[in-house]
Design a protein around this ligand. Structure first.
Ligand code: BEZ
Ligand code: FE
Length: 302
C-alpha cells in the first residue's frame, strides 16, 4: 500500500531529487525558445506550477477535479460569458495585473478592474443628461472634472460610464436587447462633466458556473462592492479605467474581485425627499450626489 504523504517536509531526499529532476528537465525544454519573453514566462509558469503541485502534494483525484473545473469553464465560455476572466478576477490575478501595469503616478486617479460588462456602442449623452435610460435605481447626480497631473483641465475627454441597476443587473444581462445604465459624454471646455446616474448598489458577479461553485465551496461571497465604472480617454493622456465606490457600502469593502482602492471610495451624499436638484429635475423620492475629480497621467509619460 502506498502511504499518502501530506506534508512536503515528509518527502525523502531521494524523492525530492526525482521531483527536482523533472522540474529541471521541463525548464530546460524551453532552452531553444527564440522569443526571450515567451521563454521567461514559460519557465516561470512551469517552475511555480511544479512548486504548487509539490507543495500541496497534489493527488490524482484532485488533478482530475482541476481538469473538470477548467473543462466546465471552457464549456460555459462564449462571446458574452468569459469564465476564465472571472476566474482570474476572483483569484486577484486581474487586479494584480492592473497594479503592475498602472502603478500610482503622482496624484493621478488610481485604476481598477475593467470587468466584463463594458460595451463599445454606449449611447451618447449631453452634459446633465441621464445615463440610466429607465433602469431601476435611486437617481444619483454625478459631477466632476478631468485634468492631468500637471493641473491642466482637459476638454473633450471621452467619459464612458456604466453600472448595474438596483436589481444587480447590467443591461447586457436583460432579456431584451436594450441599452440602460450606460452612456458616454465629453468633458466641457473647462474640463467639467455632470450627468444623472444611479446610486450604485452591490451585485453578484455571474455565479451560476464553475467559478461560482468554487466561491461557494470556499465560503466566499460573489458580491462586488457597489460601484460606478468609468473609462476616460483623451489624446493627451493615458487611458484610465476605474470605478468609484460609495463610502459606507452595506457589504463593506470585501469585494469578490479585490477591486476596491481607498482613494476610489467617495462620499455619495444622500438627499432627503423633496431636496431641490442641481438642474431643476423633479425627483419623486430620495436621490444622491457625488463629486469625482479625475486626474489623468499625461501621454508624455507613456
Ligand atoms: C464588474 O464590475 O462589472 C465585474 C468585474 C469583474 C468580474 C465581474 C464583474
Ligand atoms: Fe461592475
Amino acid at each position: 500500500m502506498v502511504t499518502r504523504i501530506d506534508s512536503p517536509a515528509d518527502v525523502s531526499p531521494q524523492q525530492q531529487a526525482v521531483e527536482q529532476t523533472l522540474v529541471d528537465t521541463v525548464v530546460a525544454s524551453f532552452d531553444h525558445c527564440e522569443d526571450p519573453r515567451l521563454r521567461q514566462v514559460m519557465v516561470s509558469l512551469t517552475t511555480h506550477l511544479h512548486a504548487f503541485v509539490r507543495d500541496v502534494r497534489l493527488t490524482e483525484p484532485e488533478w482530475n477535479r482541476a481538469v473538470e473545473f477548467l473543462t466546465a469553464a471552457g464549456h460555459i465560455t462564449d462571446d458574452v460569458r468569459q469564465e476564465f476572466v472571472l476566474l482570474s478576477d476572483v483569484l486577484g490575478a486581474s487586479m494584480q495585473t492592473v497594479n503592475i501595469n498602472h502603478q500610482a503616478y503622482e496624484n493621478a486617479t488610481e485604476s481598477t478592474v475593467f470587468g466584463p460588462f463594458f460595451v463599445e456602442d454606449s449611447p451618447a449623452i449631453e452634459q446633465g443628461e441621464d445615463m440610466g435610460f429607465g433602469a431601476p435605481g435611486e437617481p444619483c447626480w454625478v459631477e466632476g472634472s478631468v485634468r492631468d497631473t500637471n493641473g491642466n483641465l482637459l476638454a473633450g475627454a471621452r467619459i464612458e460610464v456604466w453600472e448595474a441597476d438596483e436589481d444587480g443587473l447590467y443591461d447586457v444581462q436583460y432579456d431584451a436587447d436594450k441599452r440602460a445604465a450606460r452612456a458616454h459624454l465629453f468633458s466641457a471646455a473647462d474640463g467639467s462633466f455632470r450627468f444623472w446616474g444611479l446610486t450604485p448598489t452591490p451585485y453578484p458577479i455571474p455565479n451560476d458556473g464553475p467559478v461560482g461553485k468554487m466561491l461557494d465551496a470556499v465560503g466566499r461571497s460573489p458580491l462586488r462592492a457597489s460601484h460606478l465604472h468609468f473609462m476616460v480617454t483623451h489624446d493627451d493622456a493615458r487611458t484610465l479605467v476605474t470605478h468609484i465606490f460609495p463610502e459606507g457600502d452595506p457589504i463593506g469593502y470585501g469585494d469578490s474581485v479585490f477591486g476596491v482602492k481607498e482613494s476610489l471610495i467617495k462620499h455619495f451624499e444622500q438627499q432627503p425627499v423633496g431636496t431641490k436638484t442641481p438642474d431643476g429635475r423633479v425627483v419623486d423620492g430620495t436621490w444622491s450626489r457625488v463629486r469625482f475629480d479625475i486626474v489623468l497621467v499625461p501621454a508624455a509619460q507613456d
